[in-house]
Design a binder for this molecule. Structure first.
Ligand code: UTP
Length: 274
């Protein structure tokens, strides 16, 4: 399987980090010497993806800007002999970046839909801005490896086994069968958003990494907004359950949710020295 494109939806309002997310996108918070968003872009480059589309909202232009070349600064660094910095700045020169806007925050599925006209890759990778991995191959590399075990790829998403009392905070999957060659790979028969612990069909929570087929972009506009007025990717994939195989892969390593102040602090602690 050759995946050439990834969509990184980062148009959320970051309310859990207000007030400072009024002026600085949470995706630019540093982990080690790089912002969170660079960790996600690096994860894409590591699997050979060369085209990346950011979905942003107005005011988050500094996210794509971080990756664009800055000839004036580069000339100045050259003049001052700071070649080490120069090399670092040129790291993303060969990557084809694209940016689209999500004008209203109508959900993660709606965010992805804004990139529909740009997508050529089959499948395309989706990485949400909040989730990072430690202690193993990044989630995307694991998903691609797992997808190669399945003949008809359909869609595949990253999963994490969570404590039952936490199901109300996640999308939870219902498993149909386990792959004979890799017990971490599950064929799915359903997905439920934030179920009560007593009603959750499993304790496998969905993590923000997906490989989705282009057919999902035709389904997304037909999805009615669910509670909170949001169009969600999970609802589009649920609608596709009868027509394409949908798998989940219980990723190795620790998933780090940088979307909350506590989770971000933990990610800094775990990843800063790796
Ligand atoms: P979250 O649900 O974490 O929302 O989105 P958020 O705005 O980033 O953060 P809070 O809840 O207000 O603190 C999960 C991912 O989906 C993207 C976000 O940028 C984040 O990467 N997203 C969500 C969009 O791009 N657009 C949306 O309409 C919703």
């Amino acid at each position: 399987m050759r995946i050439t494109q990834a969509i990184l939806p980062v148009a959320g309002l970051g309310t859990r980090f207000l007030p400072w997310t009024k002026v600085v996108p949470k995706e630019l918070l540093p982990i080690g010497n790089e912002p969170i968003i660079a960790h996600l872009v690096n994860e894409c480059l590591a699997v050979g993806i060369t085209e990346i589309c950011f979905v942003i909202n107005r005011g988050k232009e500094s996210i794509p800007q971080y990756f664009y070349s800055n000839p004036q600064l580069e000339a100045e660094l050259k003049k001052r002999g700071k070649l080490h910095h120069l090399e670092e700045l040129k790291r993303y020169d060969e990557v084809d970046f694209h940016t689209v806007y999500q004008e209203e925050q109508l959900g993660d599925g709606h965010a992805i839909l804004q990139a529909a006209d740009w997508v050529k890759s089959e499948p395309v990778a989706i990485l949400f801005g909040d989730d990072l991995f430690s202690g193993a191959d990044p989630g995307l590399a694991q998903l691609i490896k797992a997808a190669s075990l399945v003949e008809n790829h359909g869609a595949i998403m990253a999963l994490e086994n969570i404590p039952r009392e936490a199901t109300e905070r996640y999308g939870i999957v219902e498993v149909e069968s386990v792959h004979p060659k890799d017990a971490r790979l599950k064929k799915l028969k359903g997905m439920v958003e934030k179920p009560l612990p007593s009603e959750a069909p499993s304790t496998l929570g969905i993590v923000g990494r997906y490989l989705i087929p282009r057919s999902t972009f035709a389904v997304l506009p037909t999805i009615a907004a669910s509670h909170g007025g949001e169009i969600r990717l999970i609802d589009a994939l649920t609608a596709q359950l009868g027509t394409i195989p949908i798998h989940g892969y219980e990723c190795e390593g620790k998933r780090l949710d940088t979307g909350t102040p506590k989770g971000y602090a933990e990610a800094v602690r775990v990843l800063s020295h790796t």
